[in-house]
Ligand binder design. Structure first.
Ligand code: FES
Length: 418
């Protein structure tokens, strides 16, 4: 991993274009409400493309403002991923993979050529057309060695490279041409050089004969095979019937039970057999025991575990109502006259509330977990309007959910003490 820092020389400002803002808004919509920060990576990518191919600090702040999140969170992501450029780059920015498979296949030769043509790692060519960096595996190891070249229009992979073929690609790009992307040694995707020798049939499912008999089966069997259905545009089951669908509910009449001795009961119970009814007579009678002492839960077939069960009278458990003289069942949304129901709770235990927020909440009349736990959407709006500090945060950080858990925990502890 390389050290990634913001560029020393930064522009004064950065403004996202209206088109970029619209595109970012489209990404935000893909996530649940108040989860707009999940769109950070696409937002940074759009901001980078919207600028000159790199992200000045002002751009990171712009994204942070747009997604309503702390700048440090944006810096954390932007400084981690090599796809985000933190310093100016050339018109065509080469990202060379130097990880093991690419290294074993000659990435060192490519690096030597790039150093000669552009300059040391991280530099820009004199005409500003080319720049390069080394990155970790880009997931195209089967076509090693490879590079990704990004510019305003595209981000293409160039694979199966030698120093000469890469230099040819760069020359063509600088001249305004469009070199073919992908493998540069003539092979198709990651097939063997010279083309594939196996699995060459266009439609494999049509090509193979239908199986009607399994290799070791004595009789012909219906095979569960799949067919390409052009209408459905997917493979569907063909010629196979679930045996359960055709099974006769009466096991004696089912062909697979023909000739079997069924006197001992069901040999092969169908999956949809009706549940045996409970015996109408008390089982104790059948067993001949005194009803006052012994009863049985057994149905038609007595189970050794359930057959005999001693009836004992259990004492009914009575719930003792918990008396509380201090805590009303429904707390107020705001206690404008101070904490009138005992000592205030430590609201800082709720993630997202620090000492400042706690002071603000207290000043607005919020003191207890149970109070927050009872908030509905309208109550949240009341608190937000009153405090004018927490717009969106209460929902985003799930204060109500957290408060419910804390309130439950606190109630349990109080119960334990009494
Ligand atoms: S190692 Fe280079 S693409 Fe994976």
């Amino acid at each position: 991993m390389s050290t990634r820092r913001l560029a020393i020389r930064q522009p004064e400002s950065f403004t996202l274009s209206a088109a970029a803002k619209k595109e970012i808004a489209g990404w935000v919509k893909k996530y649940p409400k108040a989860r707009q920060r999940s769109a950070m990576i696409p937002a940074l990518w759009i901001a980078q493309k919207d600028g000159d191919g790199w992200l000045p600090e002002a751009a990171l702040r712009a994204v942070g403002d747009l997604l309503d999140m702390a700048y440090i969170r944006v810096y954390e992501v932007a400084t981690f991923y090599t796809m985000f450029n933190l310093a100016p780059v050339g018109v065509h920015h080469v990202q060379l993979c130097g990880t093991t498979p690419c290294w074993l296949r000659g990435s060192d030769d490519l690096i030597a050529m790039l150093k000669r043509k552009i300059g040391p790692k991280g530099s820009i060519s004199e005409d500003g057309k080319l720049s390069w960096i080394e990155v970790e595996c880009l997931g195209s190891c089967a076509n090693a060695p490879m590079v990704q070249i990004s510019n305003a229009q595209s981000d293409h992979y160039y694979e199966d490279l030698t120093a000469d073929t890469l230099e040819a690609v760069l020359d063509k790009l600088v001249a305004g041409g469009a070199p073919g992307q992908g493998p540069q040694n003539g092979r198709h995707t990651s097939e063997p050089k010279g083309g594939t020798k196996v699995l060459t049939t266009q439609n494999l499912s049509k090509a193979r004969g239908k199986l009607t008999k399994l290799p070791n089966a004595e009789t012909k069997a219906k095979i569960n095979y799949y067919e390409w259905d052009p209408k459905e545009r997917r493979a569907t089951r063909g010629g196979w019937v679930d045996p359960k669908l055709n099974a006769n509910p009466d096991p004696k009449k089912r062909p697979d039970n023909a000739g079997k001795d069924m006197s001992a009961g069901l040999i092969d119970k169908p999956a949809f057999a009706a549940k045996p009814e409970r015996a109408s007579e008390p089982a104790s009678k059948k067993l001949g025991d005194k009803p006052s002492e012994v009863v049985s839960d057994a149905a038609d077939v007595p189970s050794p575990r359930k057959a005999v069960k001693t009836k004992t009278k259990t004492k009914a458990w009575k719930r003792t109502p918990v008396k509380s003289d201090a805590v009303p069942s429904k707390p107020k949304v705001l206690y404008t006259d101070g904490p009138s129901e005992g000592d205030p709770d430590d609201l800082k235990k709720i993630k997202g509330i620090g000492p400042k927020f706690e002071a603000n909440l207290n000043a607005s009349g919020v003191y207890y977990y149970r109070q927050i736990a009872a908030w509905k959407a309208a109550d949240i709006k009341t608190v937000e309007d009153k405090a004018d500090k927490f717009t969106g945060q209460i929902k985003r950080d799930e204060w109500v959910k957290q408060a419910k858990a804390l309130s439950k925990h606190a109630a349990g502890r109080t119960k334990g003490k009494t």
